[in-house]
Design a protein. Structure first.
Length: 183
């Protein structure tokens, strides 16, 4: 790292203690650190457009990381978008990073690192890189639809609501037919 600007992506399950060790190992090479903690929004929160609690938790994780790194570098932090790649893109608009450091729990795969490399900044994962899991196209498409990242999201929502109403109408009709038949 030559410029001293380190962008830390603190995913849920990432360890602040290991982060401090990683920044301390860099010494003066990490003079400025910007921590971004993507919000973890559940599908129900997304559907209800109730992301406030998730964003507050992300802000809290970023603040905890700031406090952890306060003695080692000039540090600032923020909660970010639920999509980690979008959160990094937003952070890069105001912070010229020379390196991106991903801090994640053991359950994450290497797909995020692969996506972040598109920004042209070296990406390092705390604890080493993980292999990219084989992609399941149907699952990936379902995830994009659920998080509103697909053009099909409005159509799927519209079709889903109408299908639910149709099933409900059929069930009510069956109950009415059953009641009339039993009289």
């Amino acid at each position: 790292m030559n410029g001293g600007n380190l962008l830390v992506v603190l995913l849920e399950g990432g360890s602040e203690a290991r982060l401090r060790e990683a920044v301390a190992r860099r010494g003066d090479a990490a003079r400025r650190v910007h921590v971004v903690a993507p919000a973890h929004v559940s599908a129900l929160q997304w559907l209800a457009t109730d992301e406030d609690e998730a964003r507050a938790e992300a802000d809290t994780r970023a603040l905890a990381a700031e406090w952890t790194l306060a003695g080692d570098a000039e540090v600032e932090g923020e909660g970010g978008d639920a999509d980690a790649v979008q959160a990094v893109e937003d952070a890069l608009r105001s912070f010229p990073a020379d390196e991106i450091l991903v801090v994640a729990g053991p359950g994450e795969d290497g797909g995020l690192e692969e996506s972040l490399r598109a920004f042209g900044v070296p990406v390092t994962r705390l604890g080493g890189s993980l292999p990219v899991r084989r992609r399941d196209r149907a699952r990936e498409q379902a995830r994009r639809i659920a998080y509103g990242r697909s053009r099909a999201t409005p159509f799927v929502l519209f079709a889903g609501v109408n299908l639910t109403l149709l099933v409900l109408a059929v069930l009510i009709s069956l109950v009415v037919v059953l009641v009339v038949w039993l009289r």
